[in-house]
Design a protein around this ligand. Sequence first.
Ligand code: BG6
Ligand code: MG
Length: 218
Amino acid sequence: MITSFIFDLDGVITDTAEFHFKAWSALANKLDIPFSRDDNEQLKGVDRMGSLQFILDKSDQSFSETDKQALADEKNTLYQSMLDTMQPSDIFPGARELLEQLRARDFNIALASASKNARRVLDCLQITDAFDYIVDAANVRYGKPDPETFLTAAQGLKVAPLECVGIEDAQAGLESIIGAGMHSVGIGDAKTLKRAELVYPSIAALNLNEVLALGQSS
Ligand code: BG6
Ligand code: MG
């Protein structure tokens, strides 16, 4: 039986991918490294230093660990200045309603995000209190696709993985859910997220009865 829902943040509850794209583009441009929207797609669910390394790998220049930290900090400062423009209305249609519906039906609700800015984003959207437990990049040793992020969320809720549904828009995140032994729901393109048990084009399209039926055999 499903008792718990564990949500990714970026791309499931709100769209921060455009801010990440703009901030990484500015940095890549400064370093004379090409960075496209397709590149940005591959960085969904990938943590900050992993994303930076992906970009730096496209360059012949060499960077020390100190250089890398400074570049990651520079990108993050720019990204955070964009986050400061976020409003509660920037939540994806249907996300607030789904969280309210789950709360009313007494499901446990957690966040499993690869972002160190997760709490800041939740605060901007004014939905921090909607979550019983929050896992962000600061709470885990191994980021997505390692299962640790989703498993830590289940442990925080004190529930078994099989009682949980993980909801993700990124391939790396989906691998984390599957590795954790949870039921999986993809948000986005069914071709990219083909390993998910169910895929919906948006959080607004999620059919709760259909998702709950995943738990009937487990
Ligand atoms: C994930 C995003 O949620 O967070 C990635 O999908 C991003 O694109 C990662 O790189 C890390 O974010 P932050 O806020 O810690 O730099
Ligand atoms: Mg995501």
